[in-house]
Design a binder for this molecule. Structure first.
Ligand SMILES: [Fe+2]
Length: 284
């Protein structure tokens, strides 16, 4: 019998919670989903350990959160599911290839900010994890906004940033550039630097590594400003560092968190992650 209730254990003072007593290999009924959803909005990030989550169940759970993103970079599609994005450093023979699957994930970002409709939730599942490194770090963008002076808040509230996947990928990847067709599918978009979370009504910073410059500013001035605000946003006291165990599922809210992965030895260690990103809305 599946338990109808779960226990919530905070992960760090600023945000994040582990849910204990949930078995996602069973179907998630309306009441359980409602409670998970409420915890997700309150805590911004949920950790569920020891989950036997098949690709089909992963997509099924993702669909409960909303419309699932089919990523433009179709070389990453996992296990035949276009809704899943596969991050693995293993080659065809299943041995470490020495190549990082997505260097862009090593810089602080928010998933899908390069689209008009940005990422809402990401559901990341650990299949194989390295002994060292390959962590995921998260920082609280509500807290980052609240930590600013009134003057700085007013200044940033007037700004819109240009987010551009081609920019962030070209900068972070020496290899594997986007094809012309992929670039055409995702032209640069602008989003407010301070957004209001559509469900909680709280204000937060919204920027990250896909942001290239600030609309209406001279390019280089805007570029430097993006770097400055990104650096200002990441505060140790507002950061949760997740050390993965196999069968961990982490669900986070991209609207009010940024995240990054940390490096690992891609030639020796194995890291296989499965990701499902849920579309949100146009940031306001
Ligand atoms: Fe990401």
């Amino acid at each position: 019998m599946r338990e109808e209730t779960f226990e919530i254990r905070p992960l760090c003072p600023a945000f994040g919670a582990e849910l204990l007593g949930v078995d996602l290999s069973q179907s998630v009924d309306e009441e359980l989903y409602r409670r998970i959803r409420a915890a997700f909005l309150t805590h911004q990030l949920l950790l569920l350990r020891d989950q036997d989550l098949s690709p089909a169940k992963h997509v099924e759970l993702g669909r409960r959160f909303g419309e699932v993103q089919v990523h433009v970079m179709n070389q990453y599609h996992a296990d035949g599911f276009a809704e899943l994005y596969f991050l693995s450093n293993l080659d065809d023979k299943g041995t470490p290839s020495g190549k990082h699957p997505d260097k862009g994930t090593l810089a602080w970002h928010t998933d899908g900010s390069w689209r008009q409709v940005t990422g809402q939730a990401t559901l990341l599942y650990a299949v194989e994890v390295p002994v060292e490194g390959g962590e995921t770090h998260f920082c609280d963008m509500y807290g980052a906004f609240e930590a600013l002076s009134d003057a700085r808040r007013r200044q940033l509230e007037k700004m819109r940033a240009i987010h551009n996947l081609d920019f962030s990928r070209s900068r972070r990847h020496g290899e594997d550039p986007m094809s012309e067709e992929q670039k055409k599918a995702v032209p640069p978009v602008s989003h407010p630097v301070v957004r209001t979370h559509p469900e909680t009504g709280r204000k937060c910073l919204f920027l990250g590594d896909h942001a290239e410059t600030i609309a209406g500013f001279e390019y280089q001035t805007g570029r430097l400003l993006v770097e400055e605000i990104n650096a200002e946003a990441v505060r140790p006291e507002l950061t949760y560092r997740h050390r993965w165990l196999p069968a961990d599922l982490v669900i986070w809210d991209n609207r009010c968190l940024m995240h990054r992965a940390t490096p690992f030895d891609v030639a020796r260690e194995r890291r296989v992650m499965r990701r499902c990103t849920i579309l949100g809305e146009v940031p306001q």
